[in-house]
Design a protein around this ligand. Structure first.
Ligand code: CTP
Length: 395
């Protein structure tokens, strides 16, 4: 990820405390963060806290002359920034920016900026739904300002509803999307990820070593590229991504099959990353299996699972289907055959031992006329490269 200069504006609201952690996380990602606060924000969190966390002077006054240059902080600060982010953004600050009012440092910075602006509103549920606020939000979006949607939940005032600013970790995950090319804008993508689990009895089952890292990385990369993303997942050893349209837990292959087919209509792309068990237990026991004293192990009968990917590819209005082929030998040869057998335009081949549970992998993209071997890299870089290629391949 390339290091950016982020100008973080903080307006008055209790959510300002989350921005302390946000500064730390953005710096950890390698970015430089300068903080500007409204006077009301400085009542909630001390500018000194942000100064210590950002390692930069924190300005609160339009005419603060601590800033180098011509003493015009409200102009200079955004000139070095790749992004201005106001988080939290109060209803008052949003209203002023929507109307071009510049009467304090934050609103002056927003008016005089020459970089993109994103806002993370935080306010009481009634203030959020207030028609004047909604008009302002629509106006800001029309003006090309990114509005990071507030979330539903319990609010500091004790009421419950939409208006909570996302947690710092979520914002830190979503912000780099702002400078990712929107190669999948307007596309709906459905993905499967993780390991399926086929129950033998109420406490035991058959699963595999998939960690879900690749599927989760691809879901993030599709979201960053502007797609509306639904993720259907089995067992994951990594956290779910932020900012998806829907995430659905489906443990067995049958549950995953049903969850996919309930949601596939209208999707442009289906990416099947889940490591789906080929077989399920035909004689699953409703009770925990007990040793019967004979010394003979119980007989577990396996029956074949549906092939989710092949079933989606065979639909009359099938989306663009992408499969994965994790092979232990003759990787590319087997993957080519699997692409044809499943009737899909693109398959990603990789070596089982080099990918499962690892944070890096090396894959080969195989389509009808092209085979591209990507270098070994992190799964998130691999996911970004696959999504860039997908953007070119989609009709
Ligand atoms: N897949 C699926 N449903 C299944 C099995 C696999 O959707 N029941 C998908 C996987 O998500 C992956 C692709 O098919 O995208 C290939 O999976 P893989 O396990 O490598 O292949 P199989 O179809 O199981 O074939 P084989 O057992 O011959 O390797």
């Amino acid at each position: 990820m390339t290091a950016k200069h982020i100008l973080l504006g903080i307006s008055g609201g209790i959510a300002a405390y989350k921005s302390c952690e946000l500064v730390r996380l953005l710096k950890k990602q390698g970015h430089t963060v300068s903080v500007a606060m409204s006077r009301a924000a400085a009542e909630f969190v001390s500018p000194l806290t942000f100064q210590a966390l950002s390692g930069q002077p924190v300005l609160t006054d339009t005419h603060d002359n601590r800033h180098e240059g011509n003493g015009m902080a409200h102009i200079n600060l955004s000139r070095r920034a790749d992004l201005m982010l106001i988080a939290p953004a109060s209803a008052n600050t949003l209203a002023k920016i929507a109307h071009g009012i510049a009467d304090n440092l934050l609103t002056n910075l927003a008016a005089a900026r020459n970089c993109p602006l994103a806002v993370a509103p935080a306010m009481n549920v009634e203030m959020w739904h207030n028609p004047a606020n909604q008009r302002n939000i629509a106006r800001l979006q029309q003006d090309g300002i990114t509005v990071i949607q507030p979330q539903y939940g319990e609010q500091a005032c004790g009421e419950t509803g939409v208006g909570r600013m996302p947690e710092a970790a979520e914002l830190a995950e979503l912000i780099p999307d702002l400078w990712t090319p929107k190669t999948l804008a307007g596309k709906r993508v459905l993905l499967t990820a993780g390991a399926t689990f086929e129950a033998i009895d109420p406490v035991r089952g058959i699963t595999n070593l998939s960690s879900g890292q690749m599927g989760v990385a691809l879901a993030r990369a599709c979201r960053a590229a502007g797609a509306e993303v639904t993720l259907i997942h089995g067992q994951l050893q990594v956290a779910l991504p932020a900012g998806l349209a829907e995430t659905v837990r489906a443990d067995s292959a049958d549950d995953m099959f049903a969850a996919v087919h309930q949601r596939i209509a209208g999707c442009d792309v289906f990416i099947s990353v889940a490591a789906v068990a080929d077989y399920k237990v035909g004689n699953r026991s409703a009770q925990k299996l007990k040793k019967d004293g004979s010394g003979r192990p119980p007989v577990i009968e396996l029956t074949e699972n549906p092939d989710i990917l092949a079933s989606v590819a065979a639909l009359p209005h099938a989306p663009y289907c992408v499969g994965f082929a994790a092979e232990s030998e003759r990787v590319v040869e087997y993957a080519r055959a699997k692409r044809l057998k499943k009737g899909i335009p693109l398959i990603i081949a990789n070596q089982v031992a080099q990918t499962m549970g690892k944070t890096v992998n090396q894959v080969t993209l195989i389509s009808e006329h092209r085979e591209t071997a990507l270098p070994e890299m992190s799964k998130s870089d691999t996911a970004a490269a696959i999504v860039a290629e997908l953007g070119k391949l989609l009709p």
